[in-house]
Every structure is written in structure tokens, then in C-alpha cells.
Design a protein around this ligand. Sequence first.
Ligand code: SF4
Length: 411
Amino acid sequence: MASEIAAKLLLSLPPDAANLAFVNSLVQRSELRDLHEKVASGQRISEADALRLFESKDLNAVGALADLVCRRKNGNRASYILNRYINYSNYCILSCQFCAFARKKRDADGFQYSVEEIAQMGREALRLGLTELHIVGGLHPSLPFSFYTDMLRALKAVDGRLQLKCFTAIEILHLAWLAKKSVEQVLVELKAAGLDSLTGGGAEIFQPAVRSAIAKGKESAEEYLGVHRIWHRLGGRSTCTMLFGHIESLADRVDHLRRLRLLQDQTRGFVGFVPLPYQPGHNQLEVQTPPTGFDMLRTLAVSRVYLDNFDHVTAYWVGLGLKLAQVALSYGADDLHGTIIEEKIFHMAGATSPQQQTEAELVKGIREAGRVPVQRDTFYQPVKVWDAAPADEGPPAGGASRVLENNLATA
Ligand code: SF4
């Protein structure tokens, strides 16, 4: 009887108040009550608090806390982007143990595109109505620095409105080493050639011993963060990532988030955080318990609560699958990433998700989760806000969504 009365009371409240009341009722019954009071009053949680959230088995209570933070920052909106991935080459001088993407020059399935081939991909992207090209590759042994600036210029010549989100911090360090230039000079020249944003890849896990065990020889956390720091100082924006669910401990994840929050306090240059679940298979890293659905949701949720100076947290559907990414919209995520078109890195590692999503699927997934879909650009700025149609209706005909849907069939 008491629960019926409580349910009636909840239904009589306006939506925001009802949500808050629901969170209150959920969390206050849990072991996390003190953390709810902290988060609800807008206080920052500590690393010890984050570890407690990670260790809690009360996933719904952790998710409710994350949802509280997410709604405070983004209201009822959830975003996606119309983008495509381009891997200019998979040749790489490193052999990270977790990687199934990299190849050596002797390997038959290595590849490398020319600037003209990449420009053609840019033209196709434009025809599909895409706004962003997300471009990364391995640490190529010999391509000259001019290849990278020529590629950016060629793509901007296709259409200056195409936003170019390119290169991990690790690639930038590699280019600086190859070209015998400072990191700052490399970034200045890439920016002048058309680079709009750095990608977040290459962060893996910052904890040195674990980093060395999964990515031997890869540059350190300090070097990764140093590149982003310089890029932010130059006025650039970027995203950042964390590869989780392999051999790291929960404390290592907290340490990783701590370093990201610290840099964000100093620069405010990160526009979003993208946790990446480890993909087992086709690599040299044996992992007993790869990330489960529970682990993916709690990692997104704890990240959302702890990274209080980040506006956006992405549920990366390639790693989670679209179904779980959709659920993650109630566990702190406010973004599903994008259409992608041709994802290679996770799929060469055995991901079973499709290689692309249509805009219609992303919009439908967001609507079903009770959020208002927003098409965003590289910097999470809204391009288009969809109306709040019923979840089973699908996106309206015409406009960019229909154009994209039709064209994807022949892409
Ligand atoms: S993760 Fe990146 S740096 Fe490491 S082997 Fe793969 S492509 Fe090379």
C-alpha cells in the first residue's frame, strides 16, 4: 500500500521533480545515500567515492546518480553525429598487445590510401550529408609529414564545412618524431592545413605497469596528456577515451579518470569523454573476463558522475552494441556517437556490431529511450533538434535523414 501511494505521488509530480524524487527514493535506500547527497548538492566526488561507486553492486542506484548529473547538464537531449571513419593506413611500427588493427609492411592485408583516394572518400561523405570525417591510422613507418598536411588540405578543398577530427595524441607524437619538429609546431601546421579536432584515441589506461603490459612501447600518460594540453592552449578542442575491461583494476580506472579531470580543470579543452570497452579476440592479450553489460553501464555511470567538468559522455555503440548503448542513455550517457560507415579497428578485433548505423536507427534509439534526438557537430553543438515524435513512429520523411538513409543503401 505504501509503495502504491508513493507511485501515485511520483505520477502527480512534474517530470523533473518526479525524476529527482525517483532518484531520491532509489539511492536513499542504498548504501550510496551519502554520495547521493553530495551529487545532488553539486559537490565534486573524490577518487575514493568513485571507487565506491565502481565497487557497488547497486547498478540502478549508480545509474540514477549518473542520470541526475546527465540531465542537469544536458536536459532531456541525447545526440549523435553524421560521420564516417577513414583509416588512411594500418601500417604501424608498434605492436600493442590489445590491437588487432595494425599490420607490418610484410603482411598481405596491410593497406595505405593515397591523398586522392581519401579525397574521394570525403566527396562521398559530403554526398551522404555527413558533417565529420574521423581519421586515424597506425604509426606509419615512413609517410612524410607532407602526406598528412596534403590530406587535410585536399579534404578541406572538397568542402570547407567538412569537420576534420583526426589523429590520436600518439600519432601526433610520432609525426613530431618523424618530422623532427616540436609537438607544438606539428599541431600548428596541421591546424593551418585544416585540422579541426584531435581524436581521443591512444589513452588506453594511464597506469604505467598496465599500460606497458597492454601497449608496450607506447608513449606515456604524461605524453598523451601533454599533446592535448598543447592543442587546447592553441585553442583546439578534443575528446578523450579510456580502454577498460582488460587487465586493469577498478582503482586504475579511477586513476585514469583523475588525470583526465585534472587536465580538464586546467584547460577546459575536452568536449567529451568516450569510454571504450575492450574487445577480446584476434590479438595477443588474454583476458579472463572481458567487459560485461553490467561493467559497461557502471563504467559509463561512474565516469559521468566523477567527470563533473565534462559536458558529454558517449555510449560508443560500436563497442557496446546499439541496444546496450540505448540503455546507457539512462545510465549517464548523452551521446551515441555516429553513423561511422566503415569501422575497422573494433571489427578487426572481433566486434559483432554492424559497421555503420543509419541516422534513422540512431534517432529511433534515442526516442525510445525517452530523449529528444539532436544531430550534433564535432564539438557537440546542435545541428538539428528533432521534435518529440512517438517512439514507434520513426523519423519523418525528407530532410537530411531520408537523404542519408537512401544513400547508405548504395554506400
Ligand atoms: S593500437 Fe595504435 S599504436 Fe598500437 S599497434 Fe595498434 S595501431 Fe599501432
